[in-house]
Design a binder for this molecule. Structure first.
Ligand SMILES: Nc1ncnc2c1ncn2[C@@H]1O[C@H](COP(=O)(O)OP(=O)(O)OP(=O)(O)O)[C@@H](O)[C@H]1O
Ligand SMILES: [Mg+2]
Length: 310
């Protein structure tokens, strides 16, 4: 199997450091609408996210956090600029290829949980595996393991209405991690929860980041929640204002693994995402998205560091 996850880019292209960013945004612009009504939500984001980092994205309402999250999650495309994921130029992928990247490498958690109402916790968590075509037995085993990781193994046969908000968000997190994604994107995951439940969710995310190596990118308005992250990216008016490194309690201080290049940056945007479904149905055809010609094979290598099972 090819192992050059960060295949050599052509001359003049941004070159990620070895073992460096899993995500790089360069001069990313997002414009909504056209002509006189055009609105530039992102004005040129330049941001690196290191593999294994836990990033909190903060900033005023409308600063572009959710817009950026949607781009990182391949739910939307930038108007211009470069988005490298594991060395692959995502902006060159077509819709199906992006869907495949999303399905294989990304997990989502939204403020509103987005669980299927009349469906048990187990069946909700199984959904991404159903889309992926896993056999029933494997689906059940993987989904139960994911529920166990979020502390809900005993609640597998309960529907969302029979679960508290915090428990519903745990189910949503189990659904997001059941495919062992490299990156977990969470847009205000504690926005609907009280502070006690919020802290529990943050401890869960921090534990997954620490134990599974999954890269976590989370939007929050609350400094208490951002304190769980190792890096804080501050957005302002469609730009990254600054990137702040911090160390968590009990951790040896170290330089933040994510860094910002000067002058750019935009935030993550926070739509509530697709309702009802965790992921879109799989695209047909090859299981591996054809990479950019210069990057061919880059996506064919499973992420060996992030997202692995414990
Ligand atoms: N589909 C859209 N069409 C037009 N404008 C949009 C669209 N989505 C977002 N915007 C605008 O882009 C800007 C950034 O929105 P975004 O949702 O990214 O902000 P945010 O930082 O996530 O805010 P919040 O903290 O309120 O969630 C806002 O001014 C918003 O009105
Ligand atoms: Mg938002």
């Amino acid at each position: 199997m090819a192992s050059n996850a960060l295949a050599a880019p052509a001359a003049g292209q941004y070159v990620p450091a070895a073992g460096g960013p899993i995500i790089s945004l360069r001069d990313v612009v997002k414009t909504y609408g056209e002509g006189a009504t055009a609105f530039q939500a992102l004005k040129g984001i330049d941001l690196d996210i290191a593999q294994g980092d836990f990033v909190a994205v903060m900033g005023a309402s409308g600063s572009g956090k959710s817009t950026t999250m949607n781009i990182l999650g391949c739910l939307d495309v930038p108007t211009s600029g470069t988005f490298l994921f594991k060395g692959v130029h995502v902006e060159t992928l077509d819709r199906d290829q992006r869907a495949l990247l999303r399905r294989k490498y990304l997990g989502f958690v939204f403020q509103g949980f987005n669980l299927l109402a009349r469906t048990t916790a187990l069946e909700n968590v199984e959904l991404p595996l159903l889309y992926r075509g896993d056999a029933k037995k494997e689906r059940r085993a993987s989904a139960m393991a994911a529920l166990d990781k979020v502390g809900l193994a005993d609640w597998w046969d309960h529907t969302p209405a029979e679960l508290s908000g915090g428990q519903q968000q745990r189910v949503a997190i189990a659904r997001a991690i059941v495919t062992s994604p490299a990156v977990l994107l969470a847009d205000e995951p504690t926005g609907n929860l009280d502070s006690e439940r919020s802290v529990e969710i943050m401890e869960l995310l921090a534990g997954l980041n620490r134990d599974s190596g999954i890269t976590v990118i989370m939007v929050t308005h609350e400094p208490d929640m951002a304190a769980f992250a190792r890096t804080i990216v501050h957005f302002k008016d469609g730009l990254v204002e600054r990137v702040e490194a911090q160390h968590r309690a009990g951790e040896v201080p170290e330089e933040s693994p994510s860094r910002l290049r000067e002058g750019l940056g935009e935030g993550l945007s926070a739509s509530d995402g697709p309702s009802g479904q965790a992921l879109p149905p799989p695209s047909s055809g090859s299981d591996v998205p054809p990479a950019h010609p210069r990057q061919r094979g880059a996506l064919s290598t499973p992420n060996s560091q992030a997202g692995g099972e414990k």
